[in-house]
Write a protein that binds this ligand. Sequence first.
Ligand SMILES: [Zn+2]
Length: 406
Amino acid sequence: MHDHRRLGRELDLFDTDPLMGAGLPYWLPDGAAVRHALEEYVRDTERRAGYRHVYSPVLGKRELYEMSGHWSHYSDDMFPPMDLGGEQVVLRPSLCPHHALVYRSRAHSYRELPLRMAELGAMYRSEPSGVLGGLTRVRAIQLNDAHIFCTPDQVAEEADAALGLIRRAYEVMGVRAARFRLSLPGPGGKYVADPELWRRSAAVLREVLDRAEVAYEAVEGEAAFYGPKIDVQVADPAGRESTLSTVQVDFHQPERFGLHYTGPDGAKHRPVMVHRSVIGSLERAVAHLIEVHGGAFPAWLAPTQLVALPVSDAEAERAAALVRRCLDEGLRAQVAGPEQGTLAARVRAHRLVPYQAVIGPKEGADEISLRLRDGRRPGTRQVGEVLSRLRRVVDARAADLLDEAA
Ligand SMILES: [Zn+2]
């Protein structure tokens, strides 16, 4: 495995600037392309799974976090409040309070449940400066978040489905879970007090893990302050684990925000909130993908999917036309011309690009010689045929670079 910080800089994926501040990386175009592809995957997957997306602001009033419980249980990890016209506003430490307010803003019937609300939104964490680095320890986090408001009877099925989304996403990304963890409360005042609710929530999550037939370990002291969670752990090159994805059951915040829905009996009932993240934060997900793939991303994630390699200046116009066609097809492509060195040197420089299209005097007007990153050489092909095959591989988010034997 590779160190994402070193590769991130070498491959021009992301960087930091002391003037922006430590723990506040910015994304260069190639890193942004990877992130964008992941975001599209997440939104598409969630939409198909019945989620609706919202946008909510990254700031909230201090009172909001007092109400949610973050202020009393989580303030050590929060940025200090800003004074603004006699009020205090805070960079949000999580999206849940905003989503609870969005839910509360409209009346809901049991017929609308489970109501699945998703957002790829920013949140902030006041990590101490000593631990900051790369994309894994940052102060600004873009989270693939969602909250499912449901009846107590629907919790297990929703948590189950969320775990299914996580496992499918790992397959598509080529990522392996190091461990499933059932995170329970530990001693100390970090957790909201209600032993009966903790017991109920943990029982549901155990049931979900058992049904998924995955080995897991129960660990005390790793729960969220409002409830237990399933954490999906991944390992970095040094074997250090971190949490990428989670599924959490929360009876606490619906209570704090006075959320309700109208039941079939016409009376008001309290929903449960299932918090879940499929790929976690975009920062941590991309860091892990860089390390797992060493920069050789699956075709659907690759910053450049096809590089056009004209043998000489005589083929420059055909190479430019090929790239224009790729862009039209929604593929990410660029020309690496003779000014960048010999053909061999250019092939080497772009060895992480999944598809290399050589254009020389031997290829006909509408032909390219296709080479794959993995060493396969489908050889001379019609441009139209190649592009529709690449489109199929990318659309299917396939792990293999070709959809059938070449
Ligand atoms: Zn949440």
